[in-house]
Write a protein that binds this ligand. Structure first.
Ligand SMILES: [Ca+2]
Ligand SMILES: [Ca+2]
Length: 249
């Protein structure tokens, strides 16, 4: 009888122990922390210190250099680095006096299409739908739109049916508003530029690869052009294809 009672007592203890077994609380699956968007850091600062250019991946920098026997020799080197936020340019040119009146024109076939734009002149392709123009050492440039026939070669960068002047920024499609910048060392012939894409994103549509050419003028006279080719009997104007730039993403 005592054995039976002991057995019942043990059985009761087991039942109590089993009944007291805590129900495990399910561990909530942790929500994955969203990866923060990496903050964009501009690879080039427009500050007149050109050391940042040496830090770029050279394979992603489009470069044109002046050959021997060019038609215009003042522009020696043009480098372009484009990402989704900016178009950056670096140029070396014949040293100038402080305050020299130099202008910097950039002709862009931004959409990389011959179905839009015009103005070949120094280059092979009349497909530029945009011109950025401003003073080289303070390149708060204005944006001019191609108004001519597609593929025509003329200086038709404003509505030809309207008289233009200072009061309408000479017909600029987007007058200077801080979307372009530069920092120049005229005496040593070096300059860096930027175009802020965001301020023009509704206007200028850049293809992943686009083409462009640049012209440096002193006192409104062309002094340097890149890209360019050597003058030969077959190419007396040193005309070349424009520089092909691929946007780094
Ligand atoms: Ca810099
Ligand atoms: Ca075009």
């Amino acid at each position: 009888m005592k054995k039976i009672l002991s057995f019942l007592a043990i059985a009761a203890m087991v039942i109590v122990a089993c009944s007291k077994k805590p129900t495990p609380t399910p561990t909530p699956t942790p929500e994955p922390e969203p990866e923060p968007e990496p903050e964009y850091v501009a690879p080039i600062t427009i500050d007149g210190d050109f050391a940042d250019w040496a830090k770029l991946d050279a394979s992603k920098v489009a470069t044109a250099t002046c050959p021997s026997d060019p038609k215009y020799d003042a522009l020696k080197t043009l480098k372009v680095y484009a990402d989704e936020h900016y178009i950056f340019m670096y140029a070396e040119f014949t040293p100038q006096e402080e305050g020299a009146p130099i202008s910097w024109d950039v002709f862009m076939n931004a959409d990389n299409s011959a179905e839009t734009g015009g103005y070949a002149d120094f280059w092979n392709e009349p497909d530029n739908e945009w011109l950025f123009e401003g003073g080289l050492d303070d390149w708060d440039a204005s944006l001019f739109k191609w108004w001519g026939e597609v593929g025509a070669n003329s200086w038709t960068w404003a509505d030809p049916s309207v008289d233009h002047g200072d009061d309408d920024a000479w017909g600029a499609f987007v007058p200077a508003a801080g979307f372009c910048a530069s920092s120049a060392d005229l005496v040593n012939g070096k300059v860096e530029f930027s175009i802020m894409r965001e301020m023009l994103e509704e206007t200028v549509k850049f293809a992943d690869t686009f083409t462009m050419g640049a012209m440096l003028s002193v006192s409104w006279t062309t002094a340097g052009v890149l890209p360019c080719a050597p003058i030969t009997d077959d190419n007396t104007s040193g005309i070349a294809p424009k520089l092909k730039v691929t946007v780094v993403k």
